[in-house]
Design a protein around this ligand. Structure first.
Ligand SMILES: Nc1ncnc2c1ncn2[C@@H]1O[C@H](COP(=O)(O)OP(=O)(O)O)[C@@H](O)[C@H]1O
Ligand SMILES: [Mg+2]
Length: 267
């Protein structure tokens, strides 16, 4: 399998040189192969979002290197990475333009990483394509193309955000606790959709979650960040055979301290 992403010796320190110096990432080395769906856990403040921000380019890299499909993107600005890397955040409001309609949002997504105006025109053939894409969400959104997106529920918006993030196949998709703000039932729906889109398009993905069961259930590889480093990294059968108690036991073994279940579940 070709490698899609290489992270080499990534360090990120906030407020360097002050009493509040915070060494959040202390040498992360990770290689992702094409089609890897990696779930990331770690307690609150472990650096999960910092890792994704570093990859997406919203946070400048202080030390280390990031290579996407053999291109060194360490110094590439976020706008230049957007064509190849898409993101979904926890807040459903972050991913969509509230005053635009469903179809206008989708039209914007078709232009990810390109110059785009504020209110895009929607062509007839696009509309047909959007309808088909929305229909596969099974949320009846194919009949709401002209609805302002701000009128939809958080779950509906998050489903559309996911669709937007994958409408133009990204090399890498970054999901940062994208179901954490949803009610449990909606969260399941959005997770199932996530898995469907990732597997159908054979996407390479990072998914941060505070839900250990989701981290175990989804994806082919699981990573736990602890004190700025990768503390646990399991793939294949090791990952498939994982349970929450086994994961806690592993953490204890690797780190030499007990893992408060709450530290992750309530993060
Ligand atoms: N832009 C920033 N400036 C200063 N400190 C930050 C910034 N981003 C994150 N941090 C700090 O870095 C630590 C890790 O944050 P984060 O990566 O958001 O953790 P997680 O997503 O694992 O909960 C936290 O202590 C947070 O306060
Ligand atoms: Mg976070």
């Amino acid at each position: 399998m070709p490698e899609v992403l290489k992270i080499k010796n990534l360090h990120q320190t906030f407020e360097r040189g002050t009493v509040n110096e915070n060494r959040v990432l202390r040498g992360i080395d990770l290689n992702l192969e094409a089609g890897d769906f990696v779930t990331i856990i770690g307690s609150n403040g472990a650096g999960k979002s910092t890792l994704l921000n570093s990859i997406a380019g919203t946070l400048p890299i202080q030390e280390g290197q990031i290579i996407l499909n053999d291109t060194d993107i360490t110094k590439l600005p976020v706008t230049k990475r957007a064509k190849n890397i898409s993101r979904v955040f926890q807040d459903p409001k972050m991913g969509t333009a509230v005053r635009l309609t469903v179809e206008e949002n989708l039209a914007l997504a078709m232009k990810r990483g390109q110059r785009r105006g504020f209110r895009p025109g929607v062509k007839k053939q696009d509309r047909k394509f959007f309808k088909k894409q929305l229909a596969q969400l099974n949320l009846n959104l194919e009949n709401r193309l002209e609805t302002e997106i701000g009128l939809l529920s958080g779950g509906q918006r998050q489903a559309i955000t996911l669709l937007m993030a994958t409408l133009q196949r990204p090399d890498l998709i970054l999901l940062d606790e994208h179901t954490a703000a949803l009610d449990p039932q909606t969260s399941i729906t959005v997770m199932q959709l996530t898995e469907k889109l990732i597997s159908e398009q054979h996407l390479t993905a990072f998914m941060v979650t505070h839900n250990m069961e989701d981290a175990i259930r989804y994806g082919n590889r699981l990573i736990m960040l602890h004190q700025g480093r990768v503390a646990i990294d399991l793939a294949g059968e090791d990952k498939q055979n994982l349970t929450v108690p086994k994961l806690m036991e592993l953490f204890q073994k690797h780190v030499g301290a007990g893992l408060e279940d709450d530290a992750i579940l309530l993060a």
